[in-house]
Design a protein around this ligand. Structure first.
Ligand SMILES: [Mg+2]
Length: 124
């Protein structure tokens, strides 16, 4: 994760896609704009999932195969596009982490540990 975060830091700088940091109003505006872009990308993931479900129905009907078989085929057909949309999401998430100087690698594992502890507490 560290590699990806560092790569994106350089990439976003190179492309001039960083969250601006000149003054509060500009940073606020840039953060809100990037937040909208992130939610747009999350929506694009949903669109890909919808396409998988539509394709599943079409494949099952056209080829007279089970939904399970059709679903497996549809997932494979959309795998590349889902990967692209998930990558777009990661890019925006990392952009926020970089802007706020968050070590996402550290934050991620710490949060997962917290979730695990909470889950174990709930189960007990
Ligand atoms: Mg996208």
């Amino acid at each position: 994760m560290k590699d990806v975060q560092n790569f994106l830091k350089d990439f976003q700088k190179e492309m001039n896609w960083e969250i601006t940091d000149k003054n509060y109003q500009e940073s606020r505006s840039s953060m809100l704009n990037n937040y909208m872009l992130l939610t747009t990308e999350v929506g694009e993931v949903a669109e890909e999932f919808r396409s998988i479900f539509t394709r599943t129905s079409e494949l099952a009907e056209e080829n007279n195969i089970s939904e399970e078989q059709a679903f497996k085929l549809a997932k494979n057909m959309h795998k590349e596009n889902v990967g692209k949309e998930l990558s777009d999401c990661i890019a925006y998430i990392m952009k926020f982490a970089n802007y706020l100087e968050i070590d996402l690698n550290e934050s991620f594992y710490s949060k997962m540990k917290e979730v695990k502890m909470r889950r174990n507490k709930d189960a007990g």
